[in-house]
Every structure is written in structure tokens, then in C-alpha cells.
Design a protein around this ligand. Structure first.
Ligand code: TXA
Ligand code: MG
Length: 316
């Protein structure tokens, strides 16, 4: 369907489509989302169908700000502190859902919790303002595949599914939001993402643990093999062979790959995160026998980058 530069007029068209119960793709600072009016079960069902997403895997609801979020969820002091520190921005909070709040049950997969996030992207914010609805939006890719960081990725993968695709250029962060559950006394990380664990720990004043993925209810989206290109990945390489593609990091990339992309020649983790999914997509099309990936330091954003690479490397 049409890919439109995200002008005021296109944003108004997208908002009208959402209100009519259609689905639209739009940019956020993390990745592109496939959005539906979160109050409209029929519209949300179209999102699950388009992505071939299992219905047990709930969606994130996008709102303009903390005040709007409080209509749908109960915030304790910790949740409020996290929202005030990181919103608008790439943090999703899983919180007790307010009964009768109007969010379609399908959005939350029937759970009594809801994931909320206020995105920090002018187009996403303008769309929320124009639609005057909370927007349920997973990443705009087919379930289990690499998230889109560019409007052309959405068009390539979901083609005519959305009523329209708002083109806001490349996503600055390039990796999905960090998901934190704040339902018990101790907050828990459900998904590593664009807010590094250390930044959350600085605000909390103590460490935060990663949820056990073996507990399905804790983190339903983490059960699938995720973020996967078709080509097998070989991680932590120092050398590359001539029929492999190379996903490099830092200044000392080995020579001799059939095709190479450097996530950040300067060794900058934020730059590497922003380039990760586009790099995987490009190398996946290279016809290489495998994608060889150099080691990425496991600190700051590197933790989320390594999480995505490890999932992408899991055998199918
Ligand atoms: O950056 C992002 O978060 C992007 C943009 C579009 O905002 N969205 C995104 O959505 O990555 P999605 O659907 O690909 O990932 C949502 C994650 C899944 O792992 C899902 O299981 C989890 O959030 N989630 C949503 N609601 C939840 C809930 N109530 N309890 C536990 N996990 C939840
Ligand atoms: Mg996703």
C-alpha cells in the first residue's frame, strides 16, 4: 500500500484510517510499528493476522504521555519514576491493567497486565494526537523476523497489509524498546532493548534482573525464535571465509568476506544498534552461505544487540 512521506496531511490520513478500524505502519525512534486502535478488537485482530502472530503474545499500547497511560494502568511509585525518567522514549512498562479501561482483551492476550510506552518520535506523537486513540503496535514485521528500521523494510515484508505506511526515514535507535514489568515489589526486565540495563539501574538505585524465559506468562514474546534472517549466523568470529558475509564491529574487521557491513567502524554501540537490523537484512540478501558476526562488547546497548544476535543464531 502507499508509502507516504510523513507530512501533516499523510498523518491526518493515517489517523482517519485508524479511527475507521484499519491498520497503519508508522515510525518510532526504535523500529516501525504496525498500529491499530487499541480500543477496537476488530482492528487489533487484523494486526495479529497480518503478522501471523500467536494470540498469546500481547501488544504494546502507545500513548502520548504518562497522564494518558494512567487511564489504562495502575502506576506505583517505581513505575511513575521510570516513566518520568524515560518517557517519551524507548521503555515499555508492563503494569496492572485497569479493569474496564476499554483496551481490547486481544491486545493484552487476556492477561491482567498491559504494556505501555510513550514513543519519542515526532511522527508517532503526531499520529497519537491526531487519532486521539491509544495505538496498539507491534513491530511491523512478520512474527519471528527482523524488525523494520526503514519504511522500505515494511513495504518489502508486509506489502499491502497496512492501509498506508508513514515514511519517517531511518529509526534513530534501531532496536526495540526495553520492557520492564513493575507489578511486584521488585521490577523485572522482560526484554533487553534500547534503554540499557545500567540506565534503569541508575534510576532505581539498585540492580534489576532479567526474567526467566522459561516462565511463559512473564514474557510471552521471548519464547519465539526471534529476529531471524534466513541465512545462518556464526557469532564471535575473528576470521571470515570467502563465501560468508561479514557483520563487522570496530576498526579491525578481517578482510576477505564476500560482502561486509560494519555496524560501527568507530566501535560505537549506539551506532551499531541503529545499523543492526538493516545490516542483517542486507547481508541476508547477499547469497552468502552464512553471516559471520564479530564480537560485540556485552555492556550498555551491547547487551541488547547480543540478545538479538543470539536469538537470530538459534537453529530453526
Ligand atoms: O520498540 C518497540 O517496543 C516496538 C515499537 C513499535 O514500539 N514495538 C515492539 O512490539 O517491539 P512487539 O510486539 O514486537 O514486542 C512487544 C513485546 C513482546 O515481547 C511482548 O510479549 C511483550 O512486549 N509484552 C507486551 N505486553 C505484555 C504483557 N502484558 N506482559 C508481558 N509482556 C508483554
Ligand atoms: Mg516484534
Amino acid at each position: 500500500m502507499p508509502v507516504l512521506p510523513a507530512t501533516d496531511d499523510a498523518i491526518a490520513q493515517a489517523a482517519q484510517a485508524l479511527v475507521r478500524g484499519e491498520i497503519v505502519a508508522f515510525p518510532t525512534e526504535t523500529v516501525y510499528g504496525l498500529g491499530a486502535n487499541a480500543l477496537d478488537a476488530g482492528a487489533v485482530a487484523k494486526v495479529f493476522a497480518a503478522k501471523e502472530r500467536p494470540r498469546f503474545n500481547p501488544l504494546i499500547v502507545h500513548v502520548p504521555d504518562l497522564a494518558a497511560a494512567q487511564t489504562y494502568a495502575v502506576f506505583n511509585d517505581t513505575a511513575r519514576t521510570l516513566a518520568e525518567s524515560f518517557w517519551p522514549g524507548p521503555l515499555s512498562l508492563v503494569l496492572p491493567k485497569r479493569p474496564g479501561c476499554g483496551i481490547a482483551d486481544l491486545v493484552t492476550a487476556g492477561l491482567d497486565t498491559i504494556a505501555l510506552r510513550a514513543p519519542n518520535h515526532p511522527v508517532a506523537q503526531a499520529l497519537l494526537a491526531a487519532a486521539k486513540r491509544p495505538i496498539a503496535a507491534p513491530s511491523a514485521n512478520r512474527s519471528g523476523r527482523v524488525s523494520p528500521t526503514d519504511a522500505t523494510h515494511v513495504a518489502d515484508e508486509l506489502g499491502d497489509v497496512p492501509a498506508l505506511i508513514l515514511d519517517g526515514g531511518r529509526c534513530a535507535r534501531g532496536i526495540e524498546s526495553t520492557v520492564v514489568r513493575v507489578t511486584d515489589a521488585e521490577p523485572v526486565l522482560l526484554r533487553l532493548g534500547a534503554v540499557p540495563r545500567e540506565a534503569i539501574e541508575d534510576v532505581l538505585g539498585h540492580s534489576i534482573g532479567l526474567a526467566d524465559e522459561a516462565t511463559p506468562i512473564a514474557s510471552p514474546g521471548q519464547l519465539e525464535r526471534h529476529y531471524a534472517p534466513q541465512t545462518p549466523l556464526r557469532l564471535n568470529v575473528k576470521d571470515v571465509n570467502p563465501n560468508e558475509a561479514l557483520l563487522a564491529f570496530g576498526p579491525n574487521a578481517p578482510q576477505g568476506a564476500r560482502q561486509a557491513i560494519n555496524l560501527s567502524a568507530a566501535g560505537d554501540l549506539a551506532e551499531a544498534a541503529a545499523n543492526l537490523f538493516a545490516g542483517l537484512r542486507a547481508l541476508d540478501r547477499s547469497g552468502a552461505s552464512a553471516i559471520a558476526v564479530m564480537p560485540i562488547p556485552d555492556r550498555g546497548l551491547g547487551e541488547a544487540i547480543n540478545d538479538r544476535l543470539q536469538r537470530a543464531a538459534k537453529p530453526r
